[in-house]
Design a protein around this ligand. Structure first.
Ligand SMILES: [Zn+2]
Length: 251
């Protein structure tokens, strides 16, 4: 693939970076990332990944935009109310970067459809709001040896974890959460509240991890969890050990 003059200009601030260069930028344009959830996390994740040139981006979300979403789901505007999230997000992203090939999935991610939807993507970014979806993505990525970058926000706090299942020793989400909550579908943001900026902080770190994983630069979070307290402004990177009795040992 050859860059056009416009592409060289568009990505010039990244191409100039020694760790990226022309080769790295081409690698980004050849990558495919599936974003699960076009919400508080999915908004900054999608905006950054599209802007900086991830070549193929899929977004899955079955929900429609509600007024209570707008305090943190910054990709949407007041005149988008009642429209579908994934297709509306994509129409905005196309304006940011027409280079990108987008795929909209206006549905809920389930055990039945995850294989068909996720098979064409190298990497999955989880911006979902419930444990049922988080575990589903964790188990799929584990079985298919894919990279998963997961994030969660609640109140003034957030967490990011990266699992690279192509590496044998990678722990999984179930190692970290051995006892699943009784109600897997509960959305913490709805019941406990969340400050809008947390989506920006955590989602942007997730997007940053995506780039590092694709380009294999720096130290990724793989095998660690980053715990952020937005009020005290502390960032704790904690090593996550693989539990010997976890499901991931059976794969
Ligand atoms: Zn595990």
């Amino acid at each position: 693939m050859k860059f056009t003059k416009k592409q060289i200009e568009r990505y010039s601030r990244q191409i100039i970076l020694k760790k990226i260069g022309v080769i790295g930028q081409k690698k980004l344009l050849k990558s495919s990332v599936l974003i699960v959830g076009a919400g508080g996390l999915g908004s900054p994740i999608a905006i950054y990944l599209a802007a900086l040139g991830i070549g193929q981006i899929g977004i899955i979300d079955k929900d429609n935009i509600e007024i209570s979403n707008l305090s943190r789901q910054i990709i949407f505007s007041t005149n988008d109310l009642k429209k579908n999230k994934s297709s509306t997000a994509i129409s905005k992203l196309k304006k940011i970067n027409p280079d990108i090939e987008f795929k909209s999935f206006n549905k809920k991610l389930t055990k039945k459809n995850i294989n068909t939807i996720a098979k064409n993507f190298n990497l999955i970014v989880d911006g979902s709001d419930n444990f049922r979806t988080r575990f589903l993505i964790n188990d799929y990525c584990l079985q298919n040896k894919k990279i998963l970058i997961s994030g969660a926000i609640s109140k003034f706090d957030g967490q990011v974890y990266t699992f690279n299942f192509s590496k044998k020793k990678s722990p999984c989400l179930r190692c970290f959460v051995p006892n699943a909550p009784t109600n897997l579908d509960i959305d913490n943001c709805e019941y406990e509240g969340v400050l809008g900026t947390l989506g920006g902080i955590i989602g942007t770190i997730q997007a940053n991890e995506v780039i590092k994983e694709i380009l294999e630069i720096g130290d990724t979070l793989c095998g660690h969890i980053l715990i952020i307290d937005g009020l005290k402004l502390t960032f704790r990177k904690v090593k996550l050990n693989k539990r010997s009795d976890c499901y991931c040992n059976e794969i």
